[in-house]
Design a protein around this ligand. Structure first.
Ligand SMILES: [Zn+2]
Length: 137
């Protein structure tokens, strides 16, 4: 899964799965947008996203189900297109990609199984690990 910066792109272009909030330069709001701001926005987002998954939020599950391994996730906070290396900022789309993989490997997007939901106990830890390790989404 690729994560790109949508600055300069035509809004709602078919090749990009926009995961940001709506109302900005014509991009349609995504259920996966990050409602948090500030230094701990990604940690809060991770906890929020996995809580939504655990409570079977249909908007969130539908958005995750629409993703594939070749999806291109677009967001404003991604700095992947900057020439600066290494990236100065992490993007919540990395958490979206990690959550998608997490759910895919556990079948959480397909069926409602209580024992599977139990597996979503410490997801934030797994995602924070991913972020710390700098894993490519
Ligand atoms: Zn982002």
């Amino acid at each position: 899964m690729l994560i790109i910066d949508v600055h300069g792109l035509v809004p709602n272009t078919a090749e990009v799965t926009y995961v940001g909030r709506g109302g900005k330069h014509g991009w349609t709001n995504s259920a996966l947008g990050n409602p948090f701001v500030g230094n701990d926005a990604l940690v809060k987002y991770s906890a929020w996203l996995f809580a939504k998954i655990k409570e079977r939020d249909e908007d969130i599950l539908a958005a995750l189900r629409s993703l594939t391994p070749t999806s291109v996730l677009g967001c404003w906070c991604c700095t992947a297109n900057d020439n600066r290396e290494p990236k100065k900022r992490r993007c919540h789309a990395e958490i979206v990609a990690a959550a998608w993989r997490y759910c895919q490997t556990r079948g959480l997007l397909n069926e409602i199984i209580e024992s599977d939901l139990e597996a979503v106990r410490e997801p934030a830890t797994a995602v924070e690990e991913h972020l710390v390790n700098g894993g490519r989404a």
